[in-house]
Design a protein around this ligand. Structure first.
Ligand code: HAM
Length: 424
């Protein structure tokens, strides 16, 4: 039998998981600095949530959802994104009744049935943030800065560009939509069948189509900046002023429309040229009507999601290292191995990682100690048992010493500490 992982879904192997953990810890550290709290919604939601939340004519809803009927006859969907789920939870638990401002983050897998390619998978992971209850533009600026901070803490600033745009609001978007419809009608022949349908019902989506001929057809399409109302224009200018104050560099990209329907006003992406065609490491924006649309209070919000696979792909080598501890080896007697077990519990009790392979021969254990990368190897044998000692081998220098059993923990701590000092 040859059972392999489902296409587009990847195992994260132990040597990669070290970096994934580092990235998650950085994100959590920065979220705490900005006063964000964690919310963990389920992976499966009622399909209706995404139809209403994301927009039923988006690629995500029309083509990419893992939807099925469960045994109770309900249509459910593996979440393709987290925003709708977080807002559903906020409404369901009355979170805004307790506090009019909510700052929430969630980290975990999302599912989209897309064509797998570099940086694009069917199960992928997002670091997602939502900030609800603040309409003012400086909340946008601070949220964008937080996204940038997380990405930068892993990648450094090199090669990253923050692109910003405004998509207008309920008041000014219709004028743009009309201008866009007229533009698209004149180019209908060049559009794919999806876009011919969407150019009437949801023309903004045509600007986001990935089909090359459609992309070319909309190159000179009207842009939103010409039709923004006074309020949206002022909001956008103020977001940029906030970014300046926060020291975040950005570029205005009037073509940035994003792939989901819920955005109003501020939208942004953080892009890296090293990613090729799927260049966005992160994306997000403001959604002033979404909470109301999902049955909640008419409160606005702003958020973003960072693609973890893309972040990890770009991370510099050697950023996160395996935890450093010791390897414990015992000679081939039952007593020596029992003593090794006791030693390891004591080491772990003192916060020192202790690895072993007591089920193998002493020779095989020592081979593992050589390869394992632990800076210290503790050796227990007949002689050590008889004299109440243990042998410590410094794997970096090869030197070995015998220390009283009672001094083991303090001696290892000082050897590990010295190693850290030398690396610094
Ligand atoms: P999104 O632009 O669809 O936005 O996804 C955000 C990020 O997730 C992308 O920039 C990319 O890094 C990553 N991503 C998306 N699809 C895939 C995929 N198939 N494979 C690998 N990575 C992928 C959202 O999901 C919004 N919910 C963001 C948001 C939060 N807006 C407001 N709040």
């Amino acid at each position: 039998m040859d059972i392999r992982a489902v296409r587009g879904m990847n195992d994260i192997l132990p040597e990669e998981a070290v970096l994934w953990r580092f990235v998650e810890e950085e994100a959590r550290r920065i979220f705490a600095l900005y006063g964000f709290e964690e919310l963990r919604p389920p992976l499966l939601e009622r399909t209706e949530l995404f139809l209403r939340g994301i927009g039923d004519e988006t690629d995500v809803v029309e083509k990419q959802m893992y939807t099925f009927t469960d045994k109770g006859g309900d249509s459910v969907t593996l979440r393709p994104e987290a925003t709708a789920c977080v807002l559903r939870a906020v409404i369901e638990h009355g979170i805004l009744n307790k506090d009019p401002v909510a700052k929430l983050y969630t980290i975990g897998p999302m599912f989209r049935y897309e064509r797998p390619q570099k940086g694009r998978f069917r199960q992928f992971h997002q670091i997602n943030a939502e900030r609800l209850g603040e309409d003012g533009p400086l909340a946008d600026a601070e949220t964008l800065a937080m996204a940038y901070d997380i990405v930068r803490s892993v990648l450094g600033g090199e090669g990253l560009v923050m692109e910003v745009n405004s998509l207008g609001c309920k008041q000014c978007r219709p004028a743009f939509t009309e201008a866009l419809k007229a533009f698209l009608a004149a180019r209908e022949d060049l559009l794919c069948s999806d876009c011919r349908r969407r150019m009437v019902s949801n023309p903004l989506r045509v600007l986001d189509c990935k089909v090359p001929t459609c992309k070319e057809a909309v190159m000179d399409a009207p842009t939103l900046d010409a039709t923004l109302c006074g309020g949206c224009r002022e909001h956008h200018e103020c977001v940029k002023e906030g970014l300046d104050a926060l020291g975040v560099r950005y570029e205005q990209n009037v073509h940035l429309v994003r792939g989901l329907d819920y955005y109003t006003r501020t939208t942004f992406e953080i892009v890296s040229a090293s990613l090729g065609s799927n260049s966005a490491v992160a994306g997000g924006g403001r959604y002033d009507d979404l909470l109301g649309l999902l049955g909640g209070p008419p409160v606005g919000g702003i958020g973003f999601a960072i693609g973890m696979e893309r972040l990890v792909m770009l991370a510099p080598e050697g950023l996160a290292k395996k935890g450093e501890g010791c390897f414990v080896a015992a000679q081939n007697t039952h007593e020596a191995r029992l003593e090794a077990l006791r030693l390891m519990m004591e080491l772990r009790g003192n916060g020192i990682p202790a690895d072993s392979a007591l089920g193998r021969s002493f020779k095989a254990q020592m081979r593992r100690a050589d390869k394992g990368g632990h800076p210290v190897c503790v050796i227990v044998g007949e002689e050590e048992l008889r004299t109440g000692t243990v042998s410590l081998r410094d794997m970096r220098t090869g030197s070995q010493e015998t220390v009283p059993r009672a001094d083991l923990v303090s001696r290892i701590l000082s050897v590990l500490d010295k190693g850290k000092g030398e690396k610094a």
